[in-house]
Write a protein that binds this ligand. Sequence first.
Ligand code: FAD
Length: 511
Amino acid sequence: MAQRQKVVVVGAGPVGSLAALYAANRGHDVEVYELRSDLRDPSTTPLNFTRSINLALSERGLNAMRNAGQPKLIDHVMAATLPMRGRMIHGKRPNGDLYEESQDYDVHGRSILAIDRGGLNKRLLDILEEIPNVTFFFNHKLTGADFRRNKAWFEVRKEAGAEQSGREIEVGFDLMIGADGAHSAVRYHMMKYTRMDYKQEYIDTLWCEFQIQPQSPQGGMSKFKISPNHLHIWPGREFMFIAIPSEDGSFTCTLFAPAAVYEQLEADTQGGQISKFFDRSFPGVTSLIPASELVASFHQNPHLPLINIKCKPHHYSSSVVILGDAAHAMVPFYGQGMNAGLEDVRILFGILDKHALMDAASAPEGEIGFSAAANSAASQRERALAEYTAVRIPDAHAINDLALQNYIEMRASVLSPVYRLRKFLEESLSVYVPSLGWQTKYSRVSFGNERYSEVVAKSQHQGKVLVRGLVGAVGLPLLSGGIFVYFRYRRAVEAGLRELLMSLATFVQRS
Ligand code: FAD
């Protein structure tokens, strides 16, 4: 086991909570500092409204939780999720009929899982609370950090019974894990110590949440108005509407559209334009969400931007590392933001463990002094963090790019014949020629644990092989047919070609 260290985790979202669990299981003294109040406390504001309530959890997130050494966690997750086996595409035929078309995610029948983000976060906090070497500090905002002296400062925002907030405390640490989200304060302070490349980009899309209420008890057999085992998509080319099921029979829906569309609709205080827009763009939605609710949600719920962040490195020296959205916030179109963040935790601790083991194996026999041991732990951590940055950055960048590309797939390509042909060919090869090891990119991302950068490389390779195969399959017969016709009807073909060339020459001269 690694030497006992003081690990300070900033941010008690899903990624910070899982990181705290991994650190605590290794026997470290863990302190978790969170800007907000405890989300399990019913007297405080419910889960932050600026985050989607229902998320798609898939293999990478599950794998990270499976490896957390807490069977209770994975049991909870499996009990609290709804499997979504595919996309349900909603649309309207030219004759005006509405249709639903199910597109399975995976030819082997695997599903992604719909989970309540707040429920998962609460469960993680409950488990952490039972561990003696973990201490929570809610309402503590990181305001400063010195990563050479391993000191950080937190503003205590609201204390029980206190009239005022604003007291500042100083905290020392061996390792700080920054899991404080897209607008990370840890990353901001880290930039003062390391030459960090940083790129942030807002895409021209805003999102807003809506709800499909459960079917009324008198209304029918099921509490769900539409299939509970699908992620529903109303593709709109320039925009889209999606719905993810919840256990209570409701669906959390999200409208993704360019800012200009929002601006037009915001001006419509009466709401007539909003329901017309939905009827025109997302056929069938107004029969699931009454127009009055649509309009109310549109005006009441925030219209939020989508940010894409890439940075490098993800650590500084032996003292700090950033994970999750703090390191690689991405647009939500691959359903991978939280999954990738949870995977960060598994990979980071895997690398830390490996270096601890290597050092233990090479350490000289006998006792070493306290400061020598602390120095050796720090240098071991520094090597591990450097390896983590080197391994994880190509993958973080790869999934950020894939997430951006998938927006086009979700709102437009799902309707394209070329997209469907490629999916069909790749899936058929995966089933009928398993030795080739072919899978769709989606399957590799959502149902496997291969590095994201390898997924991209393999998918590009498959694409090239498919194009070559198709050119061979279609082009070769055409070419051989042409050669056969030429030799069989040589005179007629040559006469025809001569005439064609003469007509072309005359046409060129005239023009
Ligand atoms: P966060 O959840 O942002 O948590 C950060 C925590 O740090 C917060 O609790 C915050 O209060 C705290 N904090 C911030 N600043 C400070 C400070 N200075 N001091 C102390 N604490 C601080 N991901 C998926 O995997 N699947 C999906 O289907 C999916 N759908 C999404 C849909 C939408 C519309 C959006 C916007 C995102 C979606 N995501 C999805 C992404 C997912 O929500 C995030 O990737 C995930 O929540 C990131 O977790 P995190 O713990 O890194 O950060």
